[in-house]
Design a protein around this ligand. Structure first.
Ligand code: MV4
Length: 447
């Protein structure tokens, strides 16, 4: 096992990784920007190195500074966390070239899944249903319109190097396609540094269901059930749950078995998530994430596995050590993402935490790097806490979640706790009756 791991991240996820390392007897190195000198991940780590000024490009994305920090502290592995460098195949390769271990998949798998067209074609060949779309990138209107006619309008124009929904455009007919294609191409090059776009049939009201995979790259690979991530606004997930209220055991097993077979064939190593749109009883693959995800705790709560420990074990060359039949998914878990934002306008609300009291009790988990007196900096993602609740049934989970949300005190800044309090009382949410568009309308309803 590693002796020392450098955590190339910040906030709650850096703390989460630190905790797994601690339990495994691994020493930790925190890296931080000047804005994060007093952050909890820095305070708890065995060692810390300041890697630059507040702007992420100069600190958490500064590859040279991070590698220097790893070298001077004698770390033997780098955990990238999520966001920042977690899905940068070049970074993963550079880490390995420096004789360090990258805690994550092989660089070639990160690279493959980073190109959305290549990813779709690869998984389709491995037996996974994908959204009908153009066979490759589309450059000009003639190619695009021919593809759209085969697919059937409305179509969605997506960036090949994209993901997360930025720059997507809907076209309902040829004239909208003519109008939107150049806009989408321009946005793709400015957002992602690659102007290639592709087309997909636009699914109008799907759910977003993703399946968690864990493999050792040597043939041992399991799925850990799904997460329903349909509750989002502006392409930011707000609440995730497992299992999905929309799936039955047969559907879950079918999807899990397809995903496992495909990734075994690929020789996939480490954690990974296959994202699907689910509509009218059918699954369509859209993208794969090759990293630990924000919402991993809901899977941990139903599976009983520590996903970061598993990631570290596998990166260190250990075999998975269990089979699908050993994986037992129990009960129900829900995660509420708590952001430092106005619950009404969603305007960022950085500032000093004046009061802090986290909920506790049976089945309640809080992943947060907040503490009383901490200053939430304005430079980064506004996620400040994840409240994760588990119960034997979805109803028990909801009862516990309402109670935990009532107990949670975060004073001095605005947070989205009041939005979650409203959400857990909404009839459609209680019934599990929602798609990817439902929350956008709900947040505009008068409270
Ligand atoms: C789609 C779609 C409808 N049809 N693809 C948005 C994020 C990116 N990962 C994929 N996204 C979508 N792709 C087809 N063919 C609708 C979305 C989408 C969405 C997906 C998941 C969760 C929330 C969403 C919100 C708006 C649009």
């Amino acid at each position: 096992m590693f002796e020392k791991v450098l955590i190339a991240n910040r906030g709650e996820i850096a703390l989460r990784i630190h905790r797994a390392c601690r339990e495994m007897g691994i020493r930790t190195v925190a890296v931080h920007s000047t804005a994060d000198a007093a952050a909890m991940h820095v305070r708890l780590a065995d060692e810390s190195v300041c890697i630059g000024p507040p702007a992420a490009r100069d600190s958490y994305l500064n590859v040279a500074a991070i590698l220097s920090a790893a070298t001077i502290t004698g770390a033997d592995a780098i955990h990238p966390g999520l966001g920042f460098l977690a899905e940068d195949a070049d970074f993963a390769a550079t880490v390995e070239e420096h004789g360090l271990t990258f805690v994550g998949p092989a660089p070639e798998h990160i690279r493959l899944m980073g190109n959305k067209v290549a990813a779709k074609n690869a998984v389709r060949r491995l037996g996974i249903p994908t959204v009908p779309g153009s066979p490759g990138g589309v450059r000009d209107l003639a190619t695009a319109d021919a593809a759209a006619s085969t697919i059937g309008y409305p179509v969605l124009i997506k960036a090949s190097a994209g993901g997360g929904g930025r720059g997507m455009k809907v076209a309902r007919d040829r004239s909208e396609l003519a109008q939107m294609l150049p806009i989408a191409q321009n946005e793709a090059s400015s957002f992602f540094g690659c102007g290639e776009v592709y087309l997909e049939r636009h699914l109008e009201r799907p759910r977003h269901i993703e399946i968690q995979i864990l493999g050792d790259g040597e043939g041992a690979i399991v799925h850990l059930g799904e997460r329903d991530c349909s509750l989002q606004r502006s392409h930011q997930k707000v609440l995730e749950e497992s299992p999905s209220p929309a799936l039955n055991t047969a559907e879950r097993n079918r999807l899990g078995e397809l995903a496992v077979a495909a990734l075994r064939e690929l020789g996939y190593k480490s954690l990974g998530t296959l994202e699907f749109l689910y509509q009218d009883g059918e699954f369509f693959f859209i993208e794969m994430n090759t990293r630990l995800q924000v919402e991993h705790p809901v899977t941990e709560m139903v599976s009983g596995l520590d996903l970061v420990r598993e990631q570290l074990r596998i990166a260190a060359g250990a075999p998975l050590g269990y089979r699908q039949s050993d994986v037992k998914l129990c009960g129900h878990a829900i995660e509420c993402r708590i952001n430092a934002e106005s619950p009404d306008s969603f305007a960022p609300s950085p500032g000093r935490i004046t009061d802090y009291h986290a909920p506790g009790g049976l089945g309640v988990r809080v992943d947060s790097a907040l503490y009383q007196g901490y200053m939430v900096p304005p430079y980064y993602d506004s996620l400040v806490s994840k409240l994760v609740v588990q119960g034997k049934s979805r109803n028990e989970c909801l009862m516990r979640l309402r109670r935990a949300l009532e107990e949670y005190v975060i004073g001095g800044i605005e947070t989205t706790i009041p939005l979650h309090q409203r959400l857990v009382g909404a009839g459609e949410f209680i019934d599990g009756d929602y798609d990817i568009h439902w929350l956008e309308r709900f947040v505009r309803r008068p409270g």
